[in-house]
Design a binder for this molecule. Sequence first.
Ligand code: BGC
Length: 246
Amino acid sequence: MQIFGVDIGGSGIKGAPVDLDRGDLAAERHKVLTPHPATPDAVADGVKEVVDAFDWTGPIGLTFPGVVTHNVIRTAANVDKHWIGVDAVDLLGERLGNRGLTVLNDADAAGIAEMSFGAGRDRSGTVMMLTLGTGIGSALFIDGRLVPNTELGHLELHGHDAEKRASTKAREDEDLSWEHWARRVSKYLAHVEMLFSPELFIIGGGVSRKAEKFLPHIEGVRAEIVPAQLQNNAGIVGAAMAAAKS
Ligand code: BGC
């Protein structure tokens, strides 16, 4: 079975039909840059452009980089604040036609995909997926069941919003060496470990492709730490999986 997945991120909007049996894209994904400012209307246009690149008329799952409860966007740390309070299914339904839309947090979607098809497959107990990208996203799983909207990227770390210190954007903006950035990530992981004691951390986001550059420098963390396996497609796959379930 196939469902279309769209991943709305701070830097790009990307989508593709997903083969749900294989947990992989069924066609090469299409990507457009996230508009700036990333207002609801501008992002909706981008999503439409991505979907229109395919001949797709069925249901669509979409991720959003903020808290989503009952389709309503509650936070917007890295996109335009006009999103707050918007019913994303209503808004996107107007553009895309009402055809079964499901919206969920981006890290939750990536985590769902990793737990079924990637680094978290067959893992029970407490598993924490963290996506280190424009922001930091988190997805907490207890025996494979998601606790949605955990937002651990906004924990306070040495007086700062953690994602402002340990995201990929922070590494790039501040031009940090991998070692320097890994020290910050270590402190962040240790803090999350102090609160939740996961058995496994799955590190996602584009940086999961460069795990060898920073994982060897992570210290002071008990839990096993592994890179995500679906890499940058996890959000698209997880969005489609969520749409298939709803
Ligand atoms: C948002 C989260 C999101 C993460 C990754 C954070 O700033 O608050 O909801 O999952 O960025 O995009």
